[in-house]
Write a protein that binds this ligand. Structure first.
Ligand code: NAP
Length: 536
């Protein structure tokens, strides 16, 4: 690396972000002899798990699945303590990985990439940061995460609030003690559903402001069964292979039957079995839950009955029951005692669909029908998902065209990892790839491996640049859309559809064709000399 002080530094690759994606990217680049520089806005590694420290933050994918597979020593030596890992343990793991593979020396922390501009004269990216650094890189790799741009709604009067406010995705590192406080949580997505039971245990009173009720399945979290751990570790290679070839990046018990071809008794017993087992596997109970409204209704009705049975006050139970979208088309939540929390005397549910929040006041908030005095407000209001991080960078490709122009009508990628007009730039788990519909680590490893193979091909072939063709991208976008529209997903106002951000185009952003099938497609593209890309 030419690193002349005071002058622009040059590297083979700049990687933006030091979460699971950025760290593995750095590891692979180094191993292949590419020079690399990683920029990370946080003070430490971990991405999602660095920022999302809210009470109860935990992964919905089981620990033995939600971990890197690239090093057998690592996966054999690391010991998870629970079936589903909590945020502190995952952060500890990712810090261990950074140390074990000596990754930190190429990472610049507390530094945000503000601009990446492609210079057509020398086929390089000019990357600038908020600390004034400038680096020239042959490749620019966006490891910026899918759920990293926190969204705090622009409520009237927000700045006037005199108490403390937090967003789940930017939680204070020292933690927050709500003891004795009147706390308002706005939102009832995965982050809220995990944190509400814990905040309720601390606060004097908790007010939950719910716009849309969610479907949530119990986690049934427990200490990791040592026999299970031993059996997975004895067979990790095969376990990982199956995950890579699966639909969602981890193996769940799948049923090839339609929910409509079995008797109501059989269905009930199957749903009951899955509910008692806990976790996201519920969505695989029948093969048509995501494609047939009638099939989906059977599962949704099962959930509604469960919710009613868990909540003592029938009116509150009804208010918690989701009705207007199919189960699973907003991300299925996984909880520990969420519905039961509404049986507590110190918890009040407020339906802000019926009575919307009108303004935040210095001492709380006002809905159309009532005023609430609050010491703290927790915005569990989600993220500008999948596109937010990239769109917040001054990212300019060929001809100076910006990503904001290119994606004005919604994200367009080839395979969810390359963008026409942006040569030598890759997005790890970008829109148009399985990403958020999968075990992120499996999808990250697949993208990173594909990208480094591609970079090696370019280097060894003496090419200057690789770029997705507009035609291949158009076909991929159409395919992603077609497959998405074969499912019930577009029926929900979800962040998958961009519906949580006012003005964001409504496009089903992830690819739902399945992790295994998608991997095969990517491998075929590479085997055909990077079909759909132009190489110069
Ligand atoms: P989310 O699912 O987008 O939920 C945001 C919540 O805030 C929704 O209830 C939403 O209501 C509400 N909201 C947003 N804007 C609002 C407004 N202006 N007024 C009132 N309510 C508003 O966000 P999240 O809970 O942070 O989860 C995001 C994703 O991160 C999850 O779906 C999941 O993929 C991932 N995640 C995973 C885990 C895990 O693995 N355990 C945990 C947390 C998050 P509407 O539904 O009406 O929009």
């Amino acid at each position: 690396m030419a690193d002349t002080s005071g002058q622009k530094k040059t590297v083979d690759a700049v990687v933006v972000g030091a979460g699971f994606a950025g760290l593995y990217m750095l590891y692979r680049l180094r191993g292949l002899g590419f020079t690399a520089r990683v920029f990370e806005a946080g003070k430490g590694v971990g991405g999602t798990w660095y920022w999302n420290r809210y009470p109860g933050a935990r992964c919905d994918v089981e620990s033995m699945d939600y971990s890197y597979s690239f090093s057998d020593e690592l996966q054999q030596e690391w010991r998870w303590t629970e079936r589903y890992s909590a945020q502190p343990e995952i952060l500890k793991y990712i810090n261990h990985v950074a140390d074990r593979f000596d990754l930190r020396r190429d990472i610049t922390f507390s530094t945000r990439v503000t601009a990446a501009v492609f210079d057509e004269d020398d086929d390089r990216w000019d990357i600038r940061t908020d600390t004034g650094e400038q680096v020239s890189a042959r490749f620019c790799i966006m490891a910026t995460g899918c759920l990293s741009t926190a969204q705090v709604p622009d409520f009237k009067g927000r700045e006037s609030f005199e108490g403390k406010w937090y967003h789940t995705g930017h939680w204070p590192h020292e933690g927050v003690d709500f003891t004795g406080q009147r706390v308002g949580v706005i939102g009832t997505g995965s982050s809220a559903i995990q944190s509400i039971p814990i905040i309720a245990g601390q606060a004097a009173h908790l007010y939950v402001f719910q716009r849309t009720p969610n479907f949530s399945v119990p986690a049934h979290n427990a200490p990791l069964d040592p026999d299970y751990e031993r059996s997975v570790k004895a067979n990790y290679t095969e376990f990982r292979r199956q995950a890579r070839e699966s639909r969602i990046g981890f193996v769940v018990e799948r049923n090839d039957k339609s929910a409509l071809e079995v008797s109501p008794e059989e269905r009930l017993s199957e749903y009951e079995k899955r509910w008692n087992r806990g976790g996201l596997g519920f969505a695989a109970t029948y093969t048509d839950l995501q494609t047939s409204k009638a099939a989906n209704d059977t599962a949704a009705e099962y959930f509604r009955a469960k919710i009613r049975s868990l909540v003592r006050d029938p009116a509150i139970g009804e208010a918690l029951v989701p009705r207007h979208y199919p189960l699973g088309t907003k991300r299925l939540c996984v909880d520990t005692g969420y519905y039961e929390t509404f049986n507590r005397d110190n918890v009040t549910l407020i339906d802000i669909k019926k009575s919307p929040i009108e303004e935040i006041t210095p001492h709380g908030l006002k809905t159309r029908d009532a005023a609430f005095t609050l010491d703290s407000i927790v915005f569990a209001t989600g993220f500008d998902a999948m596109t937010g991080a990239l769109m917040s960078i001054d990212l300019r490709g060929r001809g100076g065209e910006t990503i904001q122009q290119k994606w004005a009508e919604g994200p367009r990628t080839y395979l969810g990892l390359a963008i026409a007009g942006f040569p030598n730039l890759f997005a790890i788990t970008g829109p148009g790839s399985p990403s958020v519909l999968s075990n992120m680590i499996v999808s990250i490893e697949q993208h990173v491996d594909w990208i480094v193979d591609c970079m090696t091909y370019i280097k060894e072939g003496g090419f200057a640049a690789i770029e997705a063709t507009a035609q291949a991208q158009d076909m991929w976008v159409e395919h992603v859309n077609d497959v998405g529209h074969m499912t019930l997903y577009p029926q929900a106002n979800s962040w998958y559809m961009g519906a949580n951000i006012p003005g964001k185009p409504r496009i089903f952003m992830p690819y739902i064709g399945g992790v295994g099938a998608y991997r095969q497609k990517c491998d075929e593209v590479a085997a055909k000399g990077y079909e759909g890309f132009s190489l110069r």
